[in-house]
Design a protein. Sequence first.
Length: 486
Amino acid sequence: MKICNIIKIYLILCAVFLATNFSYGAEKYAVIEKGAKLTISDCIKIALKNSPLIKQAHYNYRISKADLGLAKSAFFPTIGVGAGYNYSGNKTNRYTRNQDYYSAEASLNQLIWNFGKTNARIKMQKFNKIAALYTFDNVVLDTIYGVKNYYYAVLAAKATVDINRANVQINERNYQRTKAYFDEGIRSKIDLVNAEVYLSDSKVTLVQSERAYQNAIIALNNAMYVAYTPEYEIENTETFNFKKTEIPVNLQKISEKTDLSKAPNPVSDATLTMGVEKLDVIENYKFHPFPYTFEQCVEEANKNRPDLKAYEATIEAMKQSLLYIKREYYPEISGSVGYGYRDLNNTNSLNVGVNISSSVNILGKKYEIDSGKLQVDLAVNTLEMAKQNMYFDIQDAYVNMKQYEKQIPLLAVKVRQTLENLELADGRYSVGLGDYIELQDAKVNYNNAQNSYVQAVYNYNVSRSDLERLIALPQEITVTVEDQKS
């Protein structure tokens, strides 16, 4: 009966242990509610909550923490206990002898000194733990900036859809106007055919941009590790602040659905003008210049980069590992005490001892030391190579960002100029002074200028994001190892 109770208590304790130590893995994922309006910070929070890579890095950190505790345990005594029942029987022609007895034993072994081998192992695991911590921070940074870049891609794709939709409307009105002119005998058949061709091309371009928009949504959802997302909206950012502040995000419905294969409905004023309008997606765009010089970026990177810190901690861990290997030549001194009892003749025994022992393969140990030295040299070389790559990566990202920073205001001027040129070409065509080729060139230039402007804004934001990632700027929205549930 007592044994059954003991088993029940043991099972209960195991259940409590499992529930306490593995509750992290059962934690629910963050989801997006239907109709939610998400900022870039909201998307980052969702990704940090859901990322399996962050969870993996957290588990690796906990493993390194346990390994450190295991290394420290060498300084704790080892306790041994035992009990038994023994029976022996001897039978000969002359007599039979049976003997049985109970026995109990207890022992205690304690490491006294091993010439710093255990200390070296503890320090090695401490540096491994530090490296795991910085690796966790690096994974968090990768997650944050991954979301940022995909977020910018959705903003750019939506702006491109708006531009191409407006272009379809312009070509629809131009088609209606040209058809009216042709019916009146004012314009030739070739103008009408060209108007139909340009309208069809603009519709194809719109469909392609809608597909690119859907792909951008999929990539953003993937970066947040969210599947089966309902319709939600995302807002502009400080450096991607087009006039429209809220953008619907839905894989099923981008906006209104229309049959693009049908001819457009007649427009009442199409005979007067095709209605050139300034697209508000590129109005009032502003951006704040990056606050750091190139030299300051390199300085910040050397100070902030968690991957560099992880490399440095790994080097120190390898040095301690090499020191541990070298110290295995030394003996190990330990103490022991034991007590035994037998009910046979009521026998008691007590023993106390101090032991010194050493066992080493001299030739094998030499090669272990040589390998350990090479591992340290390799780690140092890897760190130096990482620093050099970091320098050139920062230089490349900084140059790209500055180039796009200069292009944006120039392209904004180009958009205004091509719009003015289109309005003039449209007016000339309306009164019979301009030809159709002139008008179409003006429309193509205006549309291309808008797309180039949006692409430059996107490229600027991605380049700036890449630069911020390379210098590991401190983030307002982030998580630490301590934030994770154990």
